[in-house]
Design a protein around this ligand. Structure first.
Ligand SMILES: Cc1cc2nc3c(=O)[nH]c(=O)nc-3n(C[C@H](O)[C@H](O)[C@H](O)COP(=O)(O)O)c2cc1C
Length: 219
């Protein structure tokens, strides 16, 4: 089958689009308002963009009333945010933090997670999360969309501090992904978590390329 997303004439009971780009890592994004209220929300339209220096992005649609989400307002006002890696064990807290609540609500409290101060930015980190990036706002790309929710703010941030919990670094010096079980989003109400992995080395003779893929890159 094929369909035109402008007409959305897929003929299925639910829109299949979000199930076609999976699994999506979830950026559990913490921010602070200019008035000092802590905010936390999951964004599965999230990715790293590059690694030297590292940049990440997340894309926040407008809310059901056609208004920018609190996370976006906070980043625009304070120019800082934190990426927290969500895990399978934190899945219920992640869901709680997605509730559409007024900006006065502290969403760390709502989610039932612990604040830990950041080193370089004001927004707190989620103590229970094994990996966190402190980020400074680089730019916002606003893409026009249909309806109240279609317009989206793509927020790009430069990573200025990286935290990795010691107990998720294995004896080989790699991050122990199977221990962390990072949570990821599929379509509909479906999620997955990373439960298996395998290794493959690409057939390349270019040492620099291989070193980059392996994570051994030098400047
Ligand atoms: C797993 C998950 C992923 C989500 N991903 C996105 C996303 O990529 N973009 C978006 O606009 N909303 C996303 N949402 C919805 C927001 O988390 C939700 O609108 C939240 O209330 C926004 O909070 P804020 O207003 O405090 O920023 C997601 C929700 C869940 C549960």
């Amino acid at each position: 089958m094929y369909y035109d997303p402008e007409k959305n004439d897929h003929g299925l009971p639910h829109d299949p689009f979000k199930s076609c780009v999976v699994p999506r890592p979830i950026g559990w994004i913490s921010t602070i308002s200019s008035g000092g209220i802590h905010n936390l929300a999951p964004y599965s339209q999230f990715q790293n963009l590059t690694f030297d220096p590292p940049y990440v992005m997340f894309a926040a649609n407008q809310n059901t009333r056609g208004i920018r989400k609190d996370t976006v307002v906070n980043v625009e006002q304070t120019a800082e945010f934190v990426y927290n890696m969500p895990t399978y064990d934190l899945r219920e807290a992640v869901t709680r933090s997605a509730a559409g609540v007024p900006p006065e609500v502290d969403e760390f409290d709502l989610a039932g997670v612990t604040k830990v101060p950041s080193v370089r930015v004001k927004p707190c980190r989620v103590a229970e999360s094994p990996v966190q990036f402190e980020c400074r706002h680089h730019s916002t790309l606003r893409l026009p969309g249909n309806g109240l929710m279609g317009t989206v703010d793509v927020i790009i941030g430069r990573v200025v501090m990286i935290h990795i919990r010691d107990d998720v670094i294995g004896p080989d010096g790699h991050i122990d992904i199977l221990r962390i079980r990072p949570l990821a989003r599929l379509g509909y109400y479906e999620y997955t978590s990373v439960e298996s992995l395998f290794e493959m080395v690409i057939p390349a003779s270019n040492e620099a390329l291989l070193a980059g893929l392996e994570g051994k890159h030098n400047r």
